[in-house]
Design a protein around this ligand. Structure first.
Ligand SMILES: [Zn+2]
Length: 331
């Protein structure tokens, strides 16, 4: 049987909106197409809500809502997929064999620093939140920000609102000062959904061993991505063995309870040879197994660790995270 996978980061619906593609009708254009997800054994997919920086203000909020709408529409039309925002919905999807789709906002630009917008998006299914993308926004500084100061007062407030709402804080893309602020302020597990190990490839988007260890100490998960620019031999290219090296290093630093996968399919311009799309997870597990990673560890890193964190967040979601339903008909 194909090993169950929980992938913490793919850009399928953001790409759909950005490139004007339909996830179902234009399936061959997607790395994380429904066929590839099925073949790869993916059972839970976090789909990013990512709005490019050139769109800001209300336009960014509108674009994020558009992505949520496109995701809802595509999942409804696809066979064997469900959006989930409660533990009950998650368990029901898994029991039925459907693939569960959760949303993760990549960069809080669309929130405009407004906690009520986070509360709204949480109710629409956003369960992961990266406070920044690569640059600065109302919440703080990303990993490529100039003269970074870390989180703004609004960003600091947003950490608490995310925890109240049962939204997992995602440290991918944060500047080191913002990273420190999030880890210091948070009381819940903090994750990094998609990055590589800085010890193996020194680029600003990758996490240092110290950062990976602090994610683990918070109870969170470090998700290794599949972008050659983060895990390749020389940033320009790489293969499955390079990805294996990053996963093994992460396991060494974080321990088997705190490593997962967030391949970033449909969000990366180049691919690792041997790990080109979401159908390739079994090849990764075979390669890890050949390097001596045991079955229990593989189960945790493929699925169990992210499930623990998501469940913990959904347990805290007010109203258990139920999607808004029709009103009761009263005036
Ligand atoms: Zn990203």
């Amino acid at each position: 049987m194909t090993r169950a996978v929980f992938d913490a980061h793919a850009d399928l619906f953001s790409k759909s909106v950005e490139d004007g593609l339909d996830w179902i009708d234009d399936a061959p254009r997607f790395d994380a197409s429904s066929d590839n997800l099925l073949r790869g054994g993916v059972r839970v997919q976090v789909a990013s809500v990512y709005v490019p920086m050139r769109k800001d203000g209300e336009e960014a909020t509108a674009e994020a809502l558009r992505i949520v709408g496109v995701a809802a529409d595509a999942v409804r039309r696809a066979r064997g997929f469900r959006r989930v925002n409660t533990i009950g919905q998650l368990d029901a999807a898994l029991a039925s064999g459907d693939i569960a789709v959760v949303l993760g906002m990549e960069g809080a630009g669309p929130l405009l620093g407004d906690p009520d917008r986070l509360r709204l998006f949480a109710r629409l299914g956003v369960r992961f939140l990266g406070l920044t993308h690569n640059h600065a926004n109302a919440c703080g500084d990303g990993c490529f920000a100039k003269d970074p100061v870390g989180l703004t007062p609004r960003g600091r407030a947003m950490v608490h609102v995310a925890e109240e709402e049962g939204v997992v804080l995602d440290a991918a893309h944060l500047n080191p000062r913002s990273f420190d602020d999030v880890l210091e302020l948070s009381t819940r597990p903090v994750v990094c959904t998609h990055a590589g190990c800085r010890a193996l490839l020194d680029v600003p988007r990758n996490l240092t061993d110290d950062q990976i260890a602090r994610i683990a100490a918070s109870g969170g998960v470090f998700g290794v991505d599949g972008f050659p620019g983060h895990v390749g031999k020389d940033r320009a290219r790489g293969d499955l063995d390079d990805l294996v090296a990053h996963v093994l290093h992460a396991l060494e630093i974080a321990g088997e309870d705190h490593v997962g996968l967030g391949a970033d399919f449909d969000g990366i311009p180049t691919k690792l040879s041997g790990f080109e799309d979401a159908s390739r997870y079994p090849a990764l597990f075979s390669a890890l197994s050949a390097r001596g990673v045991g079955e229990t560890t593989l189960d945790k890193l493929a699925f169990g660790n992210w499930m623990r964190v998501l469940r913990g967040a959904l347990e805290r979601a007010p109203g258990n995270g139920s999607f808004p339903t029709r009103d009761c008909g009263q005036p």
